[in-house]
Design a protein around this ligand. Structure first.
Ligand SMILES: *Cc1c(COP(=O)(O)O)cnc(C)c1O
Length: 391
């Protein structure tokens, strides 16, 4: 059964909680109180929705992908988060947290970023609200997502390269958390997915559930058979799934299969992981027999994360949603497929959802499948061109 919010200990069933240093506890309490107050205040909720309309460009369109549907023999409906300001769903959450920071009187935002979309969204919110901004990004991600690095700097943010570990999202998250401990009096940590210690997974889901809410209204009374979204930390999936839970719809989260689950080089935290504690909450994660985090691998920087939001762990255990994976190669093929049938270049993250539909088309024949197209592929064009030898 779907939970309005986590319990008193910040848990969704066995998952979530607040595994954080003592120095952060007051800030997490403060954030929880500020969010509770703001989210139950109709004036704040109105300001948030007004911002989404006037600035983010919501509602984002939703339409039947005609040529793709014909080719696959499946009716595919696309929710176009790629058309939101800055090119992905991340902006819904960044603007919500930016608005919340105004209520808490802090002057600086910090964030971690993988693909750079959350960094760009946070830098955008910081510029909009007149806040200072520092973004932590792994070295390897800086390399494969250069365009987003330029965008963040153009927006006035400082981009801080993280060289520890594999130089990807997990390491950037560790570093951002450390910086938050150092500067918590005047800094808000804008977590970019439904991960981290309570109350973050709850706050981010609440700011993203507008995706599913809009989608239901746009469908005008009919319901899809299947709803699909890619899963990195799980925020676009949580936002899309949440209003569709408990309606008997098949909800499918698609994780990064990387080079194949059997190779060990993937990001399938639910599909091939086990419960442990990562970045402040108990959840499915990739770990070895000693509980050491295993590096994730995905061609897509936004899915290259060895954990997942705790609420997804709860959904998975309860059978409320299921979690599948597709490989790097399948996702790249899906970029081409969507580009050539629909004239839409998706983010490689989002292409994972399309790839699952394409692979499963026989079992989905005749059904209506709603896909959350979490972001656009502009940021990935250079990387794809390199892989495809188009440069
Ligand atoms: C960041 C990102 C993702 C992965 O993050 P979630 O929290 O799982 O949504 C997926 N798609 C795009 C376009 C992204 O930028």
């Amino acid at each position: 059964m779907k939970l309005d919010r986590p319990d008193d200990r910040g848990r969704f069933g066995d998952y979530g909680g607040r595994f954080a240093p003592e120095t952060l506890m007051p800030a997490l309490d403060e954030l929880e109180r500020a969010f509770e107050k703001a989210w139950s205040d109709p004036a704040f909720v109105q300001r948030y929705h007004d911002l989404l309309t006037s600035y983010v460009g919501r509602p984002t369109p939703q339409h039947i992908a005609g040529r793709l549907s014909e080719q696959l023999g499946v009716t595919v409906i696309l929710k176009r988060e790629d058309l939101a300001h800055t090119g992905a769903h991340k902006i819904n959450n960044a603007m919500g947290q930016g608005l919340l920071v105004g209520e808490m009187g802090k002057r600086r935002l910090i964030a971690e970023t993988g693909a750079g979309q959350h960094g760009v969204a946070t830098a955008t919110a910081a510029a909009y609200f007149g806040l200072e901004c520092a973004i932590y990004m792994g070295e390897k991600d800086i390399e494969r997502q250069r365009l987003n690095v330029y965008r963040m700097r153009l927006l006035g943010a400082e981009v801080i390269p993280v060289t520890s570990g594999a130089g990807t999202l997990k390491d950037a998250t560790n570093e951002a958390m450390r910086e938050w401990v150092r500067s918590v009096e005047y800094t808000h940590y804008t977590i970019g997915s439904v991960v981290g210690p309570h109350p973050f997974p709850w706050i981010v889901r609440e700011f993203q559930k507008v995706i599913g809410e809009e989608s239901i209204v746009q469908l005008g009374g009919t319901l899809p058979d299947v709803v699909v979204a890619c899963v990195g930390g799980g925020s676009n999936a949580a936002g899309m799934f949440y209003p569709y839970l408990d309606l008997g719809i098949d909800l499918v989260g698609v994780e990064a299969g990387g080079l194949g689950i059997e190779t060990g080089k993937h990001g399938a935290s639910i599909g091939a992981g086990s419960p442990g504690v990562l970045h402040g909450s108990r959840t499915y994660m990739l770990q070895d027999a000693d509980g050491q985090v295993i590096e994730a691998h995905s061609v897509s920087a936004g899915l290259d994360y060895p954990g997942v939001g705790p609420e997804h762990s709860y959904f998975a255990d309860q059978g409320m949603a299921r979690y599948e994976s597709v490989t790097d190669a399948e996702a790249l093929d899906a970029v081409d497929l969507l580009a050539r049938t629909e004239g839409i270049i998706p983010a490689i993250e989002s292409a994972h959802a399309i790839a699952w539909v394409a692979r499963e088309r026989a079992s989905l024949a005749g059904k209506t499948v709603l896909v959350n197209l979490s972001g656009r592929g502009d940021k990935d064009v250079e990387q794809i061109a390199q892989i495809r030898g188009l440069l």
